[in-house]
Design a protein around this ligand. Structure first.
Ligand code: ZN
Ligand code: ZN
Length: 252
């Protein structure tokens, strides 16, 4: 289920499912709301054929952050009493969108965005907003950052925390002996206010994945290696490497 509040993210937005005719004609017909977003985004219907291309930001797509599209009004006014229809063409509908997918078209200022609703399942509004901010063009980012409330309101968050055994933390710190436990790491650790080396004790298999709070599942890491375990592109391989190393120490 999608629980994102799109109004918090976009100036204008609309959602429409990809219809068989959209896919067959390789022209995505815009809903009234989507049409308003495209116009507000500063894009006028192209009089050229083929229509002038532009790029649309796709914030929740892992493989590309932009798709090429075009915007034009179909020339069907010759057909009795039919209004010209606003459509989007090119890669957006030819390749990116699949039949029956629900897609949001929205704008922030002069930037246009497309999001497949399926890719927002399970995400919070804040998570989506962060993806949007990180993929937006620099001019939009600067403009939005300047509009930010300088003093954000405090918010109450609920999260599950686990009570960690302080002796397990201390055991890892002692074992590390002032060096990051990630194999191959040569980081120089800075000193804390009390003179001890700064290390972060990380659960190799997270407690949320039923990892154990035991010395053979924790590693004392430098901040760089710690963040990399959580966010690195190679985190799966890095976890395996760290796990193998820590287990070998535990057996020694
Ligand atoms: Zn960690
Ligand atoms: Zn390290």
């Amino acid at each position: 289920m999608v629980t994102v509040d799109w109004s918090q993210i976009f100036d204008n937005w609309g959602i429409k499912r990809v219809a068989p005719t959209d896919k067959n004609k390789q022209a995505y017909v815009l809903s009234a709301e989507q049409h308003a977003a495209v116009i507000a985004g500063g894009i006028a219907p192209s009089p050229e054929r083929p229509a002038t291309p532009f790029s649309v930001v796709t914030p929740l797509d892992h493989s590309h952050q932009r798709v090429t599209s075009s915007f034009y009004h179909s020339q069907r006014s010759a057909e009795a009493g039919r209004e010209p229809e606003p459509r989007m063409g090119r890669e957006l509908i030819r390749a990116w969108l699949q039949l029956h997918q629900e897609v949001l078209i929205g704008n922030i200022g002069q930037t246009l965005y497309a999001i497949k609703l399926d890719s927002a399942v399970g995400m919070t509004t804040d998570e989506v907003m962060l993806k949007v901010a990180l993929t937006s063009p620099p001019l939009t980012v600067v403009a939005m950052a300047q509009q930010a409330t300088a003093r954000p309101l405090p918010k109450t968050v609920q999260r599950t925390e686990f009570t960690r055994n302080p002796y397990v933390v201390a055991a890892a710190i002692h074992r590390a002996n002032n060096t990051c436990e990630m194999p191959g790491c040569t980081a120089t650790l800075f000193a804390r206010a009390d003179g001890s080396s700064y290390l972060e004790v990380h659960h190799v298999v997270p407690l949320s994945e039923k990892g154990r709070d035991r010395p053979d599942n924790v590693a004392a890491l430098c901040p760089h290696c710690h963040r990399q375990q959580h966010h690195g592109r190679d985190r799966v391989a890095l976890r395996r490497q760290l796990q193998k190393h820590i287990r070998s120490l535990a057996l020694a």
